[in-house]
Design a protein around this ligand. Sequence first.
Ligand SMILES: [Zn+2]
Length: 384
Amino acid sequence: MQKQRAYYLNGYQTKIKTTVTDCKIGKKGYEIVLEDSCFYPQGGGQASDKGTLAGQCVLDVQEREGILYHTVAQPLEIGRTVEGEIDWNYRFDLMQQHTGEHMISGVAYKKYGLHNVGFHMGKEYTTIDFDGKLSPEDVLYLEKKVNQGIMENRAIQIYYPTKQELEKMEYRSKKNLETDVRIVEIPEYDICACCGIHTKTTGEIGCVKILSADAYKNGVRLKMLAGNRALEDYRKKCENADKISHLLCVPANEIGAAVQKLKKEKEQLQWNVNHLEKEQLLQKAQGVNGEKAIFFETVSSIKALQHFANLLQERASFAAVFSGNDKKGYHFILVSKKWDMKRVMKKMQAIGVCQGGGTAKMVQGKIEANQKELRAFLEQSVLE
Ligand SMILES: [Zn+2]
């Protein structure tokens, strides 16, 4: 059995010298029980610590019925003294995310009466779910208030109140706890029952950035970053803003308006292209006057192809329009007021994989075939 857990007493302990008390084969490797441990297990939305134990990589740390199981690839002899070391950079990053989350949840509770009902620390960002809505102004307030508390570098307190003391306290907790309740207090920000690992001071969180606030169930889901992760995100965003700024030749803080302008210009150009295309198709259709009209055109959209087919329907007893190429296949529309187009489409299956549907007067679909064969096929008496 474990005597104690070093990480409860000191979240900054990175190394431990201890004794192996049990070793059994598990699903992912050998599960080692130690007399004491500085490894934090997976739980409460937080991943387990990484590191080494007796020179082996620690693959996983799980807690079951109060006992910590450290998974390694090779067995370790019971009674042996071993040294363990956690991956400190990884651990400290989790401590920053977790303590930052406390501050956000604490302010959301104090200011808006919202409860944290879900929390997940992912590889990229942390999500916090609240049981009520937050406006964009509320989210901005949360972020500012939390960062103010970080700059004030408040000392974080951890204590175990008596049952009587606990009854008088107002604290956040997801469970009904009675004994050995570990309280984590960030003065003026948060009082919460928590078994996780936190930074000693708020200053060590570095900074907190709320990335987004989306409606989730009956409340809101915040995505957040703290510490180096937030700084790295800022660096990447600056890099992107800088690239766009150079491409558009505007200062970085004006790229939003510049992209909006670009989008409007693109819409205007698209309108002009559509208009010219319609004019061009109209001219081609006006040149038709007869029984059969077969066209292979590269048009901008299916809508343009439909427009062309409609124009041709008035001027030919049968019209076939195609857009595409031999390699990828052709979108097509067949129209006629005289013959059954469904029948013609069925016959087209003889020269390539053909899918589509419609009415006797008009069918639309896609065919994998080449232009030469399609033209030759339709010029034959397929209408009979
Ligand atoms: Zn905590």
